[in-house]
Write a protein that binds this ligand. Structure first.
Ligand SMILES: C[S@@+](CC[C@H](N)C(=O)[O-])C[C@H]1O[C@@H](n2cnc3c(N)ncnc32)[C@H](O)[C@@H]1O
Length: 294
């Protein structure tokens, strides 16, 4: 018997059925991101200093990709994004400069639930280089793709945490200007890899140096905007409870803040950008779904 249910109304970049848009209360559409605790499902151990909470890639992947599509993370670290890719049935390609970190990440990713049988590949490489991008493209080609469907970038917050002593590591750039110049090289590669009309998320926090708050997040946001990416969200995530050390030394930081006249970091940014599509369609307003999507 033919079903009387209307077909789902979906954008070109997500599986969310807009006819049922009220049925996704856990998908964040506001700019304030509050997670009561870190998701520790499966291999999400959370012991890599500087990794993000899995809820960040989870939100980005579910909002901005479809099942079976490909996500690329050019600062893959301990593989949080790729573990989420396996949990959510998306292919993933990660690039990490530190070989030992990439190897440990690959081992952990391999233990993550993979009901859809997707591919998750960790590459050891320098994400600033076109040669590394060529290797990512080889992985995309093996999946029958020319471009990635979503990019996630979680660079070092300049030198707040040093990830090894390689001069190519963005955490080892002598000055903020050096850091921004090298970060821009990675963004160039990211933009080239991203399919037109698709989304890139940049996760970064600010820094404090020589008695001054450095708006590193906004500097990096501007690097992306200057490369033609369209800014779709400046999201603030509460980092309460995520920081190693600072949590225990909270009272000391408060004392220092009061005595030296500064504010203690309690947030980081998730900037969301879209690469312009050659042709964009308008979505119908809520409550008036038509057959077209974006
Ligand atoms: C903030 S961490 C990312 C953590 C990751 N999101 C996770 O959850 O594990 C940044 C990572 O970028 C890596 N990195 C720094 N410079 C790089 C470069 N030029 N190419 C590739 N990876 C780089 C660092 O070694 C570090 O592991």
């Amino acid at each position: 018997m033919p079903s009387s249910l209307p077909p789902p109304l979906q954008t070109s970049f997500s599986d969310i059925d807009l006819r049922r848009w009220r049925d996704y209360p856990d998908i964040i559409t506001d700019s304030l991101w509050l997670f009561p605790s870190r998701d520790k499902t499966g291999p999400h151990i959370g012991d890599y200093w500087g990794n993000f909470v899995p809820q960040i890639p989870n939100q980005i992947i579910r909002r901005f990709t479809k099942r079976g599509e490909v996500v690329v993370d050019l600062f893959a670290g301990m593989g949080t994004t790729l573990i989420e890719c396996r949990h959510l049935g998306r292919h993933g390609v990660g690039v990490e400069l530190v070989a030992s970190v990439a190897a440990e990440a690959a081992a952990r990713i391999g233990t993550a639930v993979n009901s859809d049988g997707v591919t998750a590949v960790m590459l050891i490489g320098d994400s600033r280089l076109a040669a590394t991008t060529a290797r990512v493209r080889d992985q995309l080609a093996a999946l029958g793709r020319t471009h990635a469907d979503c990019l996630i970038l979680h660079p070092p917050y300049h030198d707040i945490i040093r990830f090894g002593d390689d001069a190519a590591n963005l955490s080892n750039q002598p000055t903020v200007d050096d850091f921004l110049r090298e970060f821009a090289c990675v963004v160039d590669q990211a933009v080239a890899l991203l399919a037109p009309g698709r989304f890139l998320a940049l996760v970064i926090g600010d820094a404090y140096a020589k008695g001054e708050w450095l708006p590193l997040g906004f500097y990096c946001m501007e690097v992306c905007r200057r490369r033609g990416l369209l800014l779709k969200g400046v999201n603030i995530k509460d980092i309460q409870g995520n920081e190693k050390g600072k949590g225990r030394r909270g009272p000391l930081w408060r004392y220092r803040a009061l005595s030296q006249g500064f504010y203690v970091f309690k947030h980081e940014y998730i900037f969301v950008f879209r690469k312009a599509a050659s042709k964009q369609r308008r979505l119908p307003e809520a409550g008036a779904p038509r057959s077209g999507t974006d």
